[in-house]
Design a protein around this ligand. Sequence first.
Ligand SMILES: C[S@@+](CC[C@H](N)C(=O)[O-])C[C@H]1O[C@@H](n2cnc3c(N)ncnc32)[C@H](O)[C@@H]1O
Length: 270
Amino acid sequence: MFDIGRAPFLKWPGGKRWLVPEIKQRIGKIEGTYYEPFLGGAAVFFGLAPERAVLSDVNRELIELYETMRDSPNVLHERLSVHHARHTKRYYYQTRAARPSDAIDRAARMLYLNRTCFNGIWRVNRRGEFNVPIGTKTNVVFEGESFSEIARALKGAALRVQDFEQTIKIAGDGDVIYADPPYTVAHNDNGFIKYNDEIFRWADQIRLRDALRAAVERGANVLVSNANHKSIRKLYRGFGKVAAVPRYSVIAGASERRAPTSELLISARL
Ligand SMILES: C[S@@+](CC[C@H](N)C(=O)[O-])C[C@H]1O[C@@H](n2cnc3c(N)ncnc32)[C@H](O)[C@@H]1O
């Protein structure tokens, strides 16, 4: 049977499917509204399957894809099947260069590229153009995957393209916020890989901590994941409980060698 919690339909850098059991255990039953301001591949949202949610990200194309999935799952599936049938190297690059004007075509394109590109990631250049080369996977339509089930899970969700602060500021008493920002650390002093600096700066990490602190003061329950780095521990000192969760992951560029790492889960009122 199709299990939505085990099958996020997008691959996303920093995807948290592996952390869902830990997160579920901490969050428990959600009484209010669930807020996820850094939605990405939505692994945690699908894992928790809350009834009411506000989901957001700054990536417009991504949010539009979720809207299309929620509102037109069958047409989206049909259009994805066309990509599946036509997939070749030439077709991939043609599709990558295309800029569909129709929202469903844009969503189908994004999903097709996400499933066939190198490493299954979504990366755009400074002009906002997707620029990942073709990968080895050729499967675009997954057997047993149900777009109607995914649409049903999204029915109670408000989707927004906006900065995290706009989303966090509306959460109040009894609501739950799960924040998974891009990881940046204050100093690259222990071999920790610093990335995404132009998009998410250290100043944004501080802005996030402050927005979350204000939400906790309004009565919201907050869970944040971040790099297990001393600058992050210092940033969240006095905020709530801090736990390091171990993970075996692939280090980029290190010839697929697997090494143990860990990430932080910081919670307040949970
Ligand atoms: C680490 S990913 C989230 C991954 C997600 N938890 C998952 O399981 O796939 C971080 C996301 O934050 C988004 N983002 C970056 N800057 C943002 C901002 N200022 N406000 C809201 N979202 C932002 C990125 O587009 C990206 O999708």
